[in-house]
Design a protein around this ligand. Structure first.
Ligand code: GLU
Length: 432
């Protein structure tokens, strides 16, 4: 039976269930988009491949004195528009294909936003919850030292992603800085404020998701949030800030979930109370005044807006027809497979794609990098204003492209981004 898919997919389940893996999704989306563009085959082929891929196996000393081997990756998909940019994830789902997909999506995301970056992604196969603080630090520092030939403010700039956070970025920044002999804040973004981080970086992805949701609703003539019900899958960095910001704006957030399942109240949840409960118990289950639900049930809830903010391949050919939301705003990278995209499209569901909807994170990462390079820091107000400005600009750019080519927002975002990279590539020319 094709059940309990959500958040539990791995390589063999994709195959067994005939669901696209993240890399298959990324390549299918690419093929669809380039089909609308009149580009030379050499350019189409060039952008299909990651520029370079790095795999490393390394030891980490556990607290009990034993040593365990771990595997990590860093993929630079493109450096055409500038240094490659993208997060590092710690998760048991990590494999080279997943990192390739995420790196490719970063290329399109940065290009769509007009940031002077290529795309990259890194990952270590590990469940960070099984490590002590000391083990997490040793794993991070060893992985960072293996990355030193690849990263720098001019070549490749990592950031947080699933399973990593500001503290992990601080250890990477310190490891790099100790190796070169002086402090280099601009080598990573998403750092703590006290070592050159930016105001507003932690909440940026969630805020950007909500900016896109509000913009999509506004363009449908909906401006009163109080009657709009919102469902959020995922209660990590993106889901938490998206749910919280929507709640603050007066939207009715009726359900949220994490990897173990979710909670639902059709009258709306008090997200601040949910966050406090989650911080205290480490779970959403049995939060008072709400029904416990599975992730499959959550995706099928009656609601106006669905925000998948967990991970890839959550809305697939197996469950897309059950989605009742009229608007899907993708907080996660790659949460919808191409087959599911077609089903949602046929149902008239508007999908605001990941490379636009969740671009708030890398956009404030860009602000952080610029501030670090200039050693001049902006206040929260300036960050919020610039984030909003760039998000709306990219939304407009995508909507115009959709109209021009008569395609949906997913393909429009990819077409717009690919065009920018292709143009730069053709202007630079092939070396030698
Ligand atoms: N990991 C985030 C993403 O997927 C942010 C990347 C960055 O800030 O470089 O967009």
């Amino acid at each position: 039976m094709a059940t309990a898919l959500s958040m539990t997919m791995n390589k063999s389940t994709y195959k067994d269930q005939n669901v696209s893996s993240p890399y298959e999704t990324a390549l299918l989306q690419y093929d669809r988009a380039v089909g609308h563009l009149d580009l030379p085959t050499s350019v189409v082929e060039y952008m299909r491949y990651p520029r370079r891929e790095f795999t490393v196996n390394f030891p980490v000393r556990r607290d009990d004195g034993s040593t365990e081997m771990f595997t990590g990756y860093r993929v630079h998909h493109s450096t055409v528009l500038g240094p490659s940019k993208g997060g590092i994830r710690y998760s048991l789902h990590v494999d080279l294909d997943e990192v390739r997909a995420l790196a490719m999506w970063m290329t399109w995301k940065c290009a769509l936003m007009g940031l002077p970056y290529g795309g990259a992604k890194g990952g270590v196969i590990v469940d960070p919850k099984t490590l002590s603080m000391g083990e997490l630090e040793r794993l991070t520092r060893r992985y960072a030292s293996e990355l030193i030939p690849l990263i720098s403010p001019q070549s490749d700039v990592p950031a947080p992603d699933m399973g990593t956070n500001a503290q992990v970025m601080a250890w990477i920044m310190d490891t790099y800085s100790m190796t070169v002999g002086y402090s280099v804040p601009a080598v990573v973004t998403g750092k703590p404020l006290e070592i050159g981080g930016s105001e507003g970086r932690t909440s940026a992805t969630g805020h950007g998701v909500v900016i896109c949701m509000v913009e999509a609703l506004k363009r449908q003539g909906i401006t009163d949030p109080s009657n709009i019900s919102v469902v959020v899958q995922g209660f990590g960095n993106v889901g938490t800030y998206a749910a919280n910001h929507a709640f603050e704006l007066g939207f009715k957030v009726v359900a949220v979930s994490d990897v173990n399942g979710g909670i639902y109240n059709p009258n709306g949840l008090d997200i601040q109370a949910v966050r406090a409960y989650y911080a205290e118990t480490g779970a959403l289950k049995d939060f008072g005044n709400a029904e416990n639900i599975t992730n499959e049930e959550l995706l099928a809830l009656p609601c106006d807006v669905l925000i998948p903010a967990a991970m890839e391949s959550q809305i697939t050919r197996l469950n897309a027809d059950k989605v009742k939301a009229k608007l899907v705003v993708e907080g996660a990278n790659g949460p919808t497979t191409p087959a599911a995209d077609d089903i949602l499209n046929d149902k008239g569901v508007l999908v605001i794609p990941d490379i636009l909807a969740n671009a708030g994170g890398v956009t404030v990462s860009y602000f952080e990098w610029v501030q670090d390079l200039q050693a001049f820091f902006w206040d929260q107000e300036e960050i919020s204003r610039q984030l909003r400005r760039l998000m709306i600009k990219a939304y407009d750019f995508t909507a115009h492209t959709a109209e021009e080519y008569d395609i949906n927002m997913r393909t429009a975002a990819q077409v717009a981004a690919i065009k920018r990279v292709a143009q730069a590539l053709q202007t630079r020319g092939f070396y030698p």
